[in-house]
Ligand binder design. Sequence first.
Ligand SMILES: Cc1cc2nc3c(=O)[nH]c(=O)nc-3n(C[C@H](O)[C@H](O)[C@H](O)COP(=O)(O)OP(=O)(O)OC[C@H]3O[C@@H](n4cnc5c(N)ncnc54)[C@H](O)[C@@H]3O)c2cc1C
Length: 453
Amino acid sequence: MAGSEAAWQAAERGMEVNLYEMRPYRETGAHQSQDLAELVCSNSLGSSMPDRASGILMAELRAMGSLLLRCAQQFAVPAGSALAVDRREFARAVTGHLEGHPRITIVRDEVKHLPEGLCILASGPLTSPALSASLSNLTGEDHLYFFDALSPIVEASSINYEIVFRASRYARGEIEEGDYINCPFTQEEYSQFVDALLSAERIPLRSFELAIKEGVRTGLSHFFEGCLPVEVIAERGRKSLAYGPMRPVGLINPRNEKRAYAIVQLRQDDLAGDLYNLVGFQTNLTYTAQRRVFRKIPGLEEARFMRYGQMHRNTFVNSPKVLTSSLQHRTHKKLFFAGQITGVEGYLGNIATGLLAGVNAVRFSRGQDLITLPKTTMLGALCHYITHASPDHFQPMKANLGIMPALVDGQKRNRRERAKAHASRARGDFAAHWKAVGERLRIANYERSDAVV
Ligand SMILES: Cc1cc2nc3c(=O)[nH]c(=O)nc-3n(C[C@H](O)[C@H](O)[C@H](O)COP(=O)(O)OP(=O)(O)OC[C@H]3O[C@@H](n4cnc5c(N)ncnc54)[C@H](O)[C@@H]3O)c2cc1C
């Protein structure tokens, strides 16, 4: 996805491009065809409503002249307000455009080592092991991950604040409001929770196990230890969670001035504070089991889950340490990154980072300033998030309004109005910046249009 868009943008700006693709000689395990830009799972690129995060990003892609978005629109299938495509026709169309471009050479070969020259790395979540090893040599082993271990996220408004309490671990008494929401367990509650966890239904760990094997082969297995699913930790001993992610040390419940037997901590997940993730609660339980078991956590009895925990194979770099917001490697200036390997999640975000990396690689080769988009645009917010998130807790992120800066005009708005205001600000800021850096806007009066895709 990202590589195809990047190649097109660079070639359209006059560059000779070699686009390497290892399929069909080497498979990824998820792709089914030889085509470029194959959608590996869902055929939907998300909602195209102009006030949804994906809709804002679609509009930006359209304004920048994305090839993949154009093909997606050409082969759209009925899907309500979402942009879904006929995956085969879409991939064939993209492949056809790239094969037919006079400045693009498609090389069907596995890249095993990062090249010396100007390069955009967009090898995706299923990057081949040889290239992963070469990348970890460059970035340092600590800065390359092989799988996603996502903790569930709950809506703040569904938490029972009569049970939970706010505190940061070991915070001193004079600090009144802690950063974390803490769910305290008695010994009996903890014991019941562990029983429920151990007997809950799990999704088979096939892809995760594969990643572990790969990690062993490339000598990186120790990174998996720190991200074990909670149910696997619980299997190691009934108290292992209470000494691990549920340890209560340094946290006093102000309601009884006591330390709980165990604690689940919730950490704020979006700028607006509407969402909280369960710290260290990556899991491979089925979604139904997660809903049932995690509602046994004191304070989460009525929790609404915005995202369930997941574990799946996903190669990505620690972008806050490794990349700049213009998608360039911090020290190896000829190396750009795009797509899922940057930690941007989802087809649209992958395409959009491919586009920006393609444009910036060309600008770099010409000695021009690289583009860093304003944080108030959707693509700018994504690039800012992946390069400024905490490197210690970095996890992939998809386009969403929570990563955009808050609106500062002081007006009271409901959710819908807030989304519209974000979209309108994004359009204005995007148009102004894209023009200011000398790039061409493909939608006339973009800042004023409602830009429905
Ligand atoms: C199983 C799975 C399901 C997913 N489902 C969805 C979904 O439903 N919706 C969604 O929005 N996102 C989904 N994603 C996440 C993500 O959006 C897609 O994986 C997306 O295709 C990533 O785009 P990309 O350009 O980064 O990588 P890709 O589209 O995977 O492109 C990378 C390309 O690099 C090639 N390659 C890898 N290593 C080498 C090498 N060494 N040499 C040469 N070529 C190489 C691969 O063959 C591949 O064609 C899913 C991911 C996975 C793994």
